[in-house]
Every structure is written in structure tokens, then in C-alpha cells.
Design a protein around this ligand. Structure first.
Ligand code: MEV
Length: 445
């Protein structure tokens, strides 16, 4: 084929994003191992969550993956009762949080607080002007000169950053100097940080827009080069913290409290345990985050960075004994979340989850999430320090195994109970039990 014809032909081949849903599925059937039957699950849209909606949310959409949505109960946070939606595929998590919340409620529930919604936007300024083979920023005098220009124009820069947004405002501009710590040795850079109050929004989009606006002006003012213009997900000016007391009688008395303090000692002092400990509490935070349409990746990244704030990765919670001998838990993490903007106003499920919570401010959502995190951590370390988590976990997991093995709705509980009784929660065993039930009725012994 000659060059012109090849070009013409390529023009006629649609890119994946140009295909409609049917064409995308046809393409997948041709290129992968999915069958006609497989592709049907991608055409089964709930009536309020149709393909067009999804296709407007992300690129190259073909469908959605449903995640179970449940309600954590018994939560009392700052004296108010909440029913808390959690979207999570892992069994036991919601039951554990609800049980922990019930125990905490005896001593008044969770006391939580959250900072204002202050975020940081970063603009990276470098100098590529060379002098004696060194860029200008190599010289402190040059860096100081540029910093002065920026600070002299602070008001103007803040005005520019706020020119496009009605509710979100940059309230300050600060400067930092850093130098490349990698082996590339790219030298010094000046980091201009916009301090932004995003109110009830998480704020990523508006912060990035502000950084880009200010970035262009900075290049004009300084004649230096702006490279990155982006929010920081390490939202340390937006912390949430929470405390709760768990009465000793309900955590196994003196010995039970002691065992939990050993569990905490392990997580505080060892990174391999700390990661799992923190994963457990993030089960709770992410569950609420998923149900309410938050950027879970941002929350996770910030939380884990904060876990290493003193140079060693540690537990995000703190546990100790009160004067009365009760168990006290505390947690603090950065939580950048929002209830306006993002998908919170377009995703039908998220809208209903937020309605269930009946909250008016993003801050309140932060209080809820942080309390669920603490509850989840309590539940996990209490179970781990006592009988272990597998018995309870397996009870729920057994239901999944029964379903996987083909149990009918009526058979699920019977099969799951038998699997647990026999301490053999496997698909093979479940299939065996189902066969017996189908042959002999429910008396399978
Ligand atoms: C499982 O999802 C979470 C746990 O592993 C947390 C922990 O070990 O603390 C149970």
C-alpha cells in the first residue's frame, strides 16, 4: 500500500474512544477472550446510571463494576447519631465498625474535629539560564532576587489566582526553596505554594486551575521557567482527628486492654505490621469515601505519607490506658474530601449516600470518616489480640464461597453454616454439600 493510501486507510479506522458502546464491545470480543455472554453484563445498566452518564465521567467507558453498599450503625459522633453508608467488597468490615461504634457509644461515642479545608497548590519555578555552566538558581543571590520579585507581587498573584473562582479562594502565597536530591542533580528550584480554602469542595480542579493561572504570570514576572503546576495531595493543613474510650469490661478487662496495647506496640514499632494495621483502618475510611464519591487514592496517599511523618512508617492510631483502666484510642490523618463539585453532584448513588448522612459541610464528612477509621482499627486489633479474625471473617466469607459453588438463595445459609462447622471453607466442600442437599434435602449429615 502506498503512503497516501495507508494514511487514508488509517483515517478511516476509528479510535477506541470514537466507538459507541456496541462497537467497543464488538472490538473487545474480537481482541480478547470475552464471549457474547460476557459482554452482556456490560449492557445491564441501572436506569439512573446509564451508559452516557458513565461515558461522560471517564474515557473509553464500557460499563461499571458494582461494589456492595452497606450501612454502618451505632455511630455517635460529637453527640450526634449517624447511619453511615460504606461501599466495600470485603466481608466483616461494616459489622466490625458497627460493633466497635456500639462499644464506644457507652462512654459517649467519638469525639472528632477537623481543620478548615485548607489545601496547598504548588508551582515549580526553575532557572535554565546558565552562567559559567551553572544555572542561575545555583547562586543564592539570584534565588533571593527572584523570591523578592515574587513576594513584591504577592497581592497581584493572589488576585490572579482568585479571578476565576467564586467560592474557593487562595488566602496566602508562600515560598520554599528545594534542591534536587536525585542523582540527576537538577539543582535548585523555588516552590511557590498557594494556600487555598476550598470550603466544601475537595478542590483538586480549582486548585490546579489557580496554579496554572499563577504559573503563567510567574514566568512573565521572573523570566524563569515554570515546570509543574498542581495541587499537593499531602493535605496536612486539613487534618481530622478523633478520640474514643472503650470500656475495659467490654474489651476483656485488664488483660484484654493489655493485649491490645501489645498489638499497638507492634504496629507503632514495625513497618511490616504498621502497613497492615493502617490498611485495616483505611478499610473504614475508604468505605465511606467510596460511598460518598471521594478521591480515595488521594486520601490513601496522604494518610500513608503522614504515617511516616517522623521518618519511620508507623501506626496512624494511638492506643493507651486511661486512669480508670479503660482503653483509649486516638487517630489523626490528613483528610481532603468534599461534598460539592467532583462527582458528588452527578453520581446518583453518591447523592443518596450523602443524603443518608444528612450533612451540610465537608468538615462533618471528615468527622464521620475519621470516626469510622478509629472504630475499624479498634475492631481489628481487638479481634486480632483475642481469638483472631478468621472465625468471624470465615463465617461471612463462607456465604461467598457457597454462592460461588452454586448454592441457591435458600441453600446459601445452610451451606455456609456447614462450611464453618466443618472448618473447611472451600468451594470443593461447598459443591459437595450442595450435591448432598440436592439429593437428600437439607439434612445433609
Ligand atoms: C483486613 O482487611 C484488615 C486487617 O488485616 C487489619 C489489621 O490487621 O489490623 C484485619
Amino acid at each position: 500500500m502506498d503512503k497516501v493510501n495507508k494514511k487514508e486507510n488509517n483515517k478511516n479506522i476509528k479510535k477506541f474512544y470514537e466507538l459507541d458502546l456496541q462497537e467497543r464491545l464488538q472490538f473487545l470480543k474480537k481482541e480478547t477472550h470475552i464471549t457474547e455472554q460476557d459482554s452482556e453484563i456490560f449492557q445491564d445498566f441501572p436506569k439512573n446510571f446509564v451508559f452516557n452518564k458513565i461515558n461522560n465521567m471517564i474515557e473509553n467507558a464500557i460499563g461499571f463494576i458494582p461494589i456492595p453498599l452497606g450501612i454502618a450503625t451505632n455511630f455517635v459522633i460529637n453527640g450526634r447519631k449517624y447511619l453511615i453508608p460504606m461501599a466495600i467488597e470485603e466481608p466483616s468490615v461494616i459489622a466490625a465498625a458497627s460493633k466497635a461504634a456500639k462499644i464506644a457509644s457507652i462512654k459517649g461515642g467519638f469525639l472528632a474535629e477537623a481543620d478548615n479545608s485548607i489545601m496547598i497548590g504548588q508551582i515549580q519555578l526553575v532557572s535554565r539560564d546558565k552562567r559559567n555552566n551553572k544555572d542561575k538558581f545555583y547562586f543564592k543571590k539570584e534565588r533571593d532576587k527572584i523570591k523578592k520579585i515574587i513576594l513584591n507581587n504577592k497581592e497581584k498573584l493572589l488576585e490572579i489566582s482568585n479571578s476565576k473562582s467564586r467560592s474557593v479562594h487562595a488566602i496566602d502565597l508562600q515560598l520554599r526553596e528545594i534542591s534536587d536530591e536525585s542523582s540527576n542533580k537538577m539543582g535548585y528550584m523555588i516552590i511557590i505554594e498557594l494556600i487555598i480554602d476550598t470550603r466544601d469542595a475537595m478542590g483538586a480542579n480549582v486548585i490546579n486551575t489557580m496554579c496554572e493561572l499563577v504559573g503563567s504570570e510567574l514566568e512573565k514576572l521572573t523570566k524563569c521557567t515554570v515546570i509543574l503546576k498542581i495541587l499537593s495531595n499531602y493535605s496536612t493543613k486539613r487534618m481530622a482527628r478523633c478520640k474514643a474510650i472503650f470500656p475495659k469490661e467490654l474489651v476483656g478487662g485488664l488483660d484484654g486492654v493489655n493485649r491490645i496495647l501489645y498489638a499497638y506496640a507492634f504496629a507503632y514499632s514495625d513497618i511490616y505490621r504498621a502497613v497492615t494495621h493502617n490498611k485495616g483502618l483505611m478499610n473504614g475510611i475508604d468505605g465511606v469515601a467510596m460511598a460518598t464519591g471521594q478521591d480515595v487514592r488521594a486520601i490513601e496517599a496522604a494518610a500513608h505519607a503522614y504515617a511516616s511523618k517522623d521518618g519511620k512508617y508507623r501506626s496512624l492510631t494511638k492506643w493507651y490506658r486511661s486512669k480508670e483502666g479503660d482503653l483509649v484510642g486516638e487517630i489523626e490523618i490528613p483528610l481532603a474530601i468534599g461534598i460539592v463539585g467532583g462527582i458528588s453532584s452527578v453520581h446518583p448513588y453518591v447523592k443518596v449516600s450523602l443524603k443518608i448522612l444528612n450533612i451540610k459541610k465537608a468538615k462533618e464528612l471528615a468527622l464521620i470518616m475519621i470516626a469510622v477509621g478509629l472504630a475499624q482499627n479498634f475492631a481489628a486489633i481487638r479481634a486480632l489480640a483475642d481469638e483472631g479474625i478468621q472465625r468471624g471473617h470465615m463465617r461471612l466469607h463462607a456465604r461467598n464461597i457457597a454462592i460461588t459453588a452454586g448454592a441457591t438463595d435458600e441453600q446459601i445459609n445452610i451451606v455456609a453454616n456447614r462450611l464453618v462447622q466443618e472448618n473447611n471453607v472451600t468451594v470443593n466442600k461447598a459443591e459437595e454439600i450442595i450435591k448432598l442437599i440436592n439429593k437428600n434435602g437439607t439434612n445433609t449429615k
